[in-house]
Design a protein around this ligand. Sequence first.
Ligand code: ATP
Ligand code: MG
Length: 384
Amino acid sequence: MEKIVIIRYAEIHLKGKNRGYFERVFCVNLERALKGLRHELRRTSGRYLVEAFDGERVGEICDRISRVFGVHSYSVGLKTESDLDQIYACARLVAPQSGTFKVDTHRADKKFPLNSMQLNAEIGGRLLGENPALKVDVHEPQAYVFLDVRENGSTLVFSEFKKGLGGMPVGTAGKGLLLISGGIDSPVAGYLMAKRGMTVECLHFHSYPYTNEQAKEKVVELTRILSRYAGTAKLRTVKVTHIQESIHEKCAPEFMVTLLRRFMYRIAERLAKKIGAQCLITGESLGQVASQTIEGITSSDSVVESLPVLRPLIGFDKEEIIERSMQMGAYETSVLPFEDCCTVFLPEFPVIKPKMADILAEEGKLDTEALLAEALESLEVIEI
Ligand code: ATP
Ligand code: MG
């Protein structure tokens, strides 16, 4: 017998003719996740098997699989020949020591001499005979022994389905550019788009020297956390210090955030097109702060010429976002107290429902194109 991990995929079966493509991408993603750990990955009808790994590292293998989008569930188990005595030898290893249980057989190999019911009865009976602390309960068992008799002469034996992240394999739904701040929301927004199969690249705006190296390190770390799920390869940073200074100097203070956002979106769209990203992604949630009213969003959107701006958190409460941030392992980093650029020059009373005519009047005091060009010059690329 051999220790194995069984991986079942989520929505891929829905994809009809494209199924082969989705499966190939999924397989590449699993291989990437398992990189550096000795293993063999094999596809068998409707699932993947991880084999030939170091048994002591099974926890690490599961940990990595648990972060791959497209995984519906996975199980640690044993693989053996489809031979009754061998199957029993495995079953007694995964069976509980006491309490109620049920054997549940799936038999793909119709040539196996016992049918599912007979195999349940045979293995269940042997387990009961050997251990008087066990009891069968077919309706509400405390534990299961699952037997999967495969067509190829092998049987998989396991006791548990662990839930995967679900979603679609990253790389099957295009590429987006995430505007990532040092906050809680934007990493979660990137995570949710990756969950639907999108590759997510990151762009961060900083206001050096008003913001410091630690603030940047924090965003690098958040990008790294996101990259475990989202196929992120790079963090791009653009300096918006001079833009903020110019707004501060020339425009009404309550428009700082509104105007800065419009610069950010313009820069992001230009960069997105350069790197082949098909949309912008932000962590905005309706009404969360002054700049995230529908008027604020309209103002930002109106400077983006041809890409959609996706806001996966638009209907989320802060509490829900925090929960997901914790799940993805970003929360502790997100709450570190370093400023990102938006807190520099922040007005005491930002405009909440900016009128387009007022925005344009304020923006008209600036040389927009020159400021954009200068900011784009400051582009830096950090490999993750
Ligand atoms: P977050 O928690 O993501 O920082 P937030 O609640 O602080 O969001 P805002 O500061 O209003 O909200 O930012 C709204 C969105 O704008 C962010 O989710 C992010 O997508 C983008 N954004 C804000 N600041 C930056 C920045 N410095 N660099 C890149 N994107 C930014
Ligand atoms: Mg923020």
